[in-house]
Design a protein around this ligand. Structure first.
Ligand code: FE2
Ligand code: FE2
Length: 370
């Protein structure tokens, strides 16, 4: 079914055009790659998978509770509006929230694909171009999977959030080649990864769990790529150039924290914008969620060498400074292990079912013989 028939609100323009600036760069040195980056490129090629096959699309999803979201996690919980909701309304609200969230994931994945392609075009080093080409393919697969989930299992999509769109636009309009890395790989992907992880680790629904675990297995490589490339490059920049990047990060972090809250959903339910904002501000669960959203960004910016006073102060203000000490390598190897473990468990179940089937067939055969 055309997506335009499933949007909660008409996105108006069917195509969004962002005028590109900056150079496309060719590199004639083909034998000069950094070992770690080339190893990551090899891994990117080895670990390709097909969402049509690896994900069990037969699994049913209740569109009115796609993620098994507890009441306390809803921003209206505990407000005067909550008491007025019927069970049916609550189901509808859950459907809209899941749709809003996964729609942002979907649009973000398309953005990631376009930024990765942009990096292929503009980054000067060939090893980074090679790697980013595999990432472009990863992101295409992710967008395909989230799109299928929304179309087939939820039947409702939301347009891109205005502020996410603004950040994507700023990232793409900038002519400096490191900005798609910083805006996309570090900020948007960092936020997305944290959000994916929170849902992956809390949902009791098998289909979204599979999707998130497998997507995160790829995202672990993407973050590693951004870190490697930017760590090398930022060592060569002047203080003034680094401060410019830090300002971009500070602004982007505030914007995403304060403006990416699903207020659109509540507005859709007839709650005025200011009140909808107040509801999500007061929700204890959402306050924790917002804080945890930074668990991947803060250690990453510290690692790439953006750790000036103003940035640290902003993180103190957001209450997330101490997250700078978390171990990104450990988080990422866990992301890979979780996906592999899930595969192993699913494989073991399938194997048991197959053995039981064979045994049943043998027994049936013996009964006929006897
Ligand atoms: Fe992705
Ligand atoms: Fe990614």
């Amino acid at each position: 079914m055309p997506t335009f028939e499933l949007y909660s609100k008409d996105p108006e323009e069917p195509v969004w055009q962002v005028p590109a600036t900056g150079a496309a760069r060719f590199n004639w040195e083909y034998d000069d790659g950094r070992d770690r980056l080339l190893a990551l490129y090899q891994k990117g090629k080895d670990k390709q998978w097909d969402g049509q096959k690896r994900i069990d699309w037969e699994l049913e999803v209740d569109p009115y509770d796609p993620l098994g979201t507890p009441d306390e996690a809803m921003s209206l919980y505990g407000t005067r509006h909550w008491a007025k909701l019927t069970e049916r309304d609550k189901g509808e609200l859950r459907r809209h929230y899941a749709s809003w969230q996964f729609s942002q994931f979907l649009h973000g994945e398309q953005g990631a694909m376009i930024c990765a392609a942009r990096i292929v075009e503009s980054v000067p080093d060939l090893d980074a171009k090679f790697y980013s080409a595999t990432q472009t393919m990863d992101e295409a697969r992710h967008a395909e999977i989230y799109g299928r989930f929304l179309h087939e299992k939820i039947g409702l999509l939301y347009p891109i959030n205005d502020n996410l769109q603004a950040l994507l636009g700023d990232t793409l309009r900038d002519s400096r080649w490191d900005m798609p890395y910083l805006g996309m790989q570090v900020l948007i992907e960092g936020l997305a990864l944290a959000a994916f992880g929170m849902i992956r680790d809390t949902t009791d629904k098998p289909l979204p769990k599979q999707i998130l675990a497998y997507v995160m297995q790829d995202e672990a490589r993407h973050v590693a790529f951004g870190r490697m490339a930017l760590r090398d490059y930022y060592k060569q920049l002047t203080d003034a150039e680094l401060r410019e990047r830090e300002e971009f990060v500070i602004e982007g972090c505030y914007l995403m924290r304060d403006r990416l809250r699903g207020v659109e959903v509540l507005e859709n339910f007839g709650i005025p914008k200011a009140e909808a904002e107040a509801c999500s501000e007061q929700s204890e669960f959402l306050a924790l969620f917002r804080k945890l959203l930074f668990s991947r960004i803060v250690p990453c910016v510290k690692d790439i060498g953006l750790w000036g006073k103003r940035l640290q102060q902003a993180y103190v203000d957001m209450g997330v400074l101490e997250m700078g000490d978390s171990d990104l390598d450990l988080l990422m190897s866990e992301d890979e292990e979780i996906a592999e473990k899930l595969d192993a468990e699913r494989f073991a179940v399938e194997e048991r079912e197959r053995v039981a089937e064979v045994r049943g067939a043998i027994e049936a055969g013996q009964r006929i013989d006897g």
